[in-house]
Design a binder for this molecule. Structure first.
Ligand SMILES: O=C(O)CCC(=O)C(=O)O
Length: 302
């Protein structure tokens, strides 16, 4: 992580709500690559995007496969970007080369990451700059262990090892905070990202349909309004044949809580033009960011 906060400039985001995530990894990667190239061309939008985002487990059919069999080793040392275009990890290699070829930043959704966790991989999100360097990695911190009567029962911690660091990265247009899916339910993560100067927070996600219907929008609006930041979650497309179908409805929300753009349930690319003026006016109009009483609630974790 770098310490000099990025200047916030207008930029365009593309979210790839990816479909066709099946049992053949090579096909999954080829299709993801095609969709990144399509998104990066700005097809159907007035401007080419600066940053392309993929969903959680973009290369893996969650619930259908044993995650360890799909896991890849990811080489990364925080604060040390490196050229990942020749990586031994097929997913990392594809993402780094797509970033270089298109000249765009890429948040590569997430993949199961082995890196020493033979039985329970991490659920890891990696980020690439336009020259194909990996600049950040976020391992999902909070695991989806839930039992909702009539809804969904799932124990992610049976299959996944949680990460233990918070992560953001700097571009030439913004500082961007990272989370994965269930991390969004823990307001502290986005709050700390905002306090460290992130103007945008992005979470690749794969919500269940039941919890998506309940909370997908409100969680994103809450994190955006609490922290007066742009907030987005990128989902896979709905696949009703999957054991745990994804909700879909990839969304970007502005710092006032307004939805800028939202996908439907099928595969599609959505674009959002991010305007720093909206961020500035949200913060000057309702200045909660400078009115906080950390003198009173500084020991909130006690
Ligand atoms: O928080 C939710 O409702 C869904 C989270 C989830 O599906 C996950 O983290 O895998």
């Amino acid at each position: 992580m770098s310490t000099a906060r990025s200047e916030f400039k207008p930029f365009t985001l593309a979210f790839v709500q990816l479909g066709r995530i099946g049992m053949n990894k090579e096909e999954n990667l080829n299709h993801a690559r095609e969709m990144i190239l399509r998104a990066a061309s700005g097809e159907g939008h007035s401007k080419k995007p600066d940053l392309v985002v993929l969903p959680e487990y973009f290369n893996t059919p969650l619930g259908e496969a044993a995650l360890p069999d799909w896991a890849e080793d990811i080489e990364f040392e925080p604060g040390r970007p490196y050229d990942a275009t020749s990586s031994n990890s097929p997913s990392v290699k594809m993402l780094a080369n797509a970033a270089k070829e298109t000249g765009t930043w890429i948040i590569g959704g997430s993949i199961p990451e082995r890196s020493g966790q033979e039985d329970k991989p991490f659920n890891a999100c990696t980020v690439y700059n336009p020259t194909g360097e990996m600049v950040a990695r976020h391992r999902k911190l909070h695991l989806f262990d839930v039992d909702i009567p009539g809804g969904v029962t799932y124990k992610e911690s049976d299959h996944v090892t949680p990460g233990s660091t918070m992560n953001y990265f700097d571009t030439d247009f913004a500082r961007i905070g990272l989370g994965v899916c269930y991390d969004v339910r823990f307001p502290e993560l986005a709050m700390v990202a905002a306090r460290r100067g992130c103007q945008v927070v992005i979470y690749p996600a794969l919500f269940s349909v039941a919890t998506g219907q309940m909370h997908w929008e409100i969680l994103q609006k809450s994190r955006a309004v609490d922290n007066q930041v742009f907030m987005g979650m990128c989902s896979p497309a709905r696949n009703n044949e999957a054991k745990l179908p994804a909700y879909g409805y990839s969304t970007v929300v502005d710092p006032t809580g307004k939805i800028l753009v939202q996908a439907g349930e099928d595969e599609e690319v959505i674009y959002a033009d991010i305007d720093p003026a909206v961020f500035e006016s949200a913060r000057s109009g309702i200045p909660v960011t400078t009115q906080r009483r950390f003198d009173v609630y500084k020991n909130v974790a006690d």
